[in-house]
Design a protein around this ligand. Structure first.
Ligand code: NAD
Length: 489
């Protein structure tokens, strides 16, 4: 069956290419999908352009777009188990995580369905009673939506829901490694009655299929979630027609534990922060900062607990953590572990592949804890994007803040303390887009998500996540026209 969707029809790759999609838990092929070409992307852009310019979707009643989002949420909720299974087969994450992802995606579609018709603009006080001055919000136009492999359905939905309700038309480009749930989502969009050309789907590698979205003068906005280097390439490519760019890039997120914290809660969450989805999370708590007086016991216990994490196929309910997404990605993580050792970090746990016979076919790697790390180490500064946490020691609050901000990124961070004054001070001083206090990881559809520094540009979720996909237009209407009398005439 063809797996790209252009102008309301399912189509094969124009070059006839196919790509095998691999289950990271055992290396088996779970699907074969189209491998698109840049010509496919250009056709998809043309379809989105034609649909946008026709205006039926973009400038039709917002209630129709709201209804589509609600239908998508209903379809996803009804198909939760199957969609979650597909996500696990594709990414390797545990079924529990995939089910949480589907629930979160349903919530995001419902949130933007709710927000879509709430704020049509505003009336502005004008200098004269004969002038009507108002701000209206209009869609930006054709949007290229490019997603990564770690949260395929979730990341594409954070873009798609606000883009569609605002009236944009889109070309979606999922990661070539994990396209399956996005294909399923587009099937649901078709079922939900999205008109031809409004949503288009192209599949294939970034440089071939994704790059034209950033380069094309017919695309008005590109929203990208992925790595820093790719984001920089996209920004340069987008300069041609000065298209809007929204970038959600990586993170190296400090998780700061003070001695006065609830240590059991901090320990347990430090483990989840570092090793959920095998650390393949942009907001992973990969940089743990622990206050001097509790440091040694805390790190020893963290190491013991990391060694007890049960790895396995994400479809097995007994598995606490799944594999890495691909063999190539595991190679990259292993390279970082070698680097950490060479830089003088002390291995407390992991640092190896698992020994179990039934895990040998998959891309598994043991949760890894490095202690005695210093801020200038590459293992501390660069995003490993795997099950590797580095631990640094600090003495004072000022030192914790300085270390927490000593990163080129600025996506997320956390502070653990029972001192509310300190919680306020530290959360206020951390230069990150999200700061958790005595928790790690929650996000809300109604709260903005995004990065300071090199973690990106713009925000997803919340009202700002919708604003990314809207242009504000000022309409100034003089009800009693009169000559300007500026020139003698
Ligand atoms: P990636 O940058 O390799 O790829 C992301 C997407 O961009 C893929 O679809 C890829 O095909 C495409 N792409 C690659 N080169 C391209 C090009 N030249 N032009 C257009 N598109 C191109 O990232 P990844 O490895 O898939 O994902 C991991 C990264 O994503 C990590 O750095 C992680 O931190 C980041 N991430 C960030 C967030 C966030 O919310 N900030 C969320 C999830 C992941």
């Amino acid at each position: 069956m063809p797996t790209q969707y252009v102008d309301g029809a399912w189509v094969a790759g124009s070059g006839g290419g196919r790509r095998e999609i691999v289950n990271p838990a055992d290396g088996s092929v779970v699907a074969t999908v189209a491998e698109g070409t840049s010509a496919d992307t250009h056709r998809a852009i043309a379809a989105a352009r034609k649909s946008f310019d026709a205006g039926d979707w973009a400038f039709g009643p917002v209630q129709e777009r709201v209804a589509v989002l609600n239908r998508i949420a209903d379809l996803l909720a009804a198909d939760r188990a199957a969609v979650a299974r597909l996500e696990t087969l594709d990414t390797g994450k545990t079924l529990r995580e995939s089910e949480d992802d589907v629930d979160d995606v349903v919530a995001v579609f419902r949130y933007y369905a709710g927000l879509g018709d709430k704020d049509g603009g505003r009336v502005v006080a004008a200098a004269s009673p004969t002038v009507s001055s108002r701000i209206v919000y209009e869609p930006v136009g054709v949007c290229g939506l490019i997603a990564p492999w770690n949260y395929p359905l979730l990341q594409v939905s954070w873009k798609l829901a606000p883009a569609l309700v605002a009236g944009n038309t889109v070309v979606v480009k999922p990661s070539e490694v994990t396209p399956l749930t996005t294909i399923r989502l587009v099937e649901m969009l078709e079922q939900a009655g999205v008109p031809a050309g409004v949503v288009n789907l192209v599949l294939g590698s970034g440089p071939v299929v994704g790059a034209p979205l950033a380069e094309s003068p017919d695309v008005d906005l590109v929203s990208f979630t992925g790595g820093l280097a790719t984001g920089q390439t996209l920004m340069r490519a987008a300069a041609g027609n000065v298209k809007k760019v929204a970038l959600e890039l990586g993170g190296k997120n400090p998780n700061i534990v003070f001695a006065d914290a609830d240590l059991e809660a901090a320990l347990d969450n430090a483990l989840t922060a570092a090793f959920l989805h095998s650390g393949q999370v942009c907001s992973a708590g990969a940089r743990l900062l622990v206050q001097d007086e509790i440091h040694d016991d805390f790190v020893a216990e963290l190491g013991r607990r990391a060694e007890r994490i049960h790895l396995g196929d994400g479809l097995d309910p007994a598995s606490e953590s799944g594999p890495l997404v691909s063999s190539a990605h595991r190679d990259k993580v292993e390279g970082y572990v070698r680097l950490g050792l060479a830089e003088g970090a002390r291995l407390v746990a992991g640092g190896r592949r698992p020994e179990e016979a039934d895990l040998q076919g998959g891309f598994f790697y043991r949760p890894t804890v490095f202690a005695d790390c210093r801020r200038d180490m590459r293992i501390v500064q660069e995003e490993v994007f795997g099950p590797v946490v580095t631990v640094e020691r600090f003495r004072t609050e000022d030192e914790a803040v300085a270390l927490g901000n000593d990163t080129a990124y600025g996506l997320a961070g956390a502070v653990w303390t029972s001192d509310t004054g300190r919680a306020r001070r530290v959360s206020g001083r951390l230069r990150h887009g999200t700061v958790w206090v005595n928790d790690y990881g929650p996000y809300l559809p109604q709260a903005e998500w995004g990065g300071f520094g090199r973690s990106g540009i713009g925000r997803e979720l919340g009202p700002a996540g919708l604003a990314e996909y809207r242009e504000a237009k000022h309409i100034y209407e003089n009800t009693e026209p009169a000559p300007a009398r500026w020139f003698a005439g």
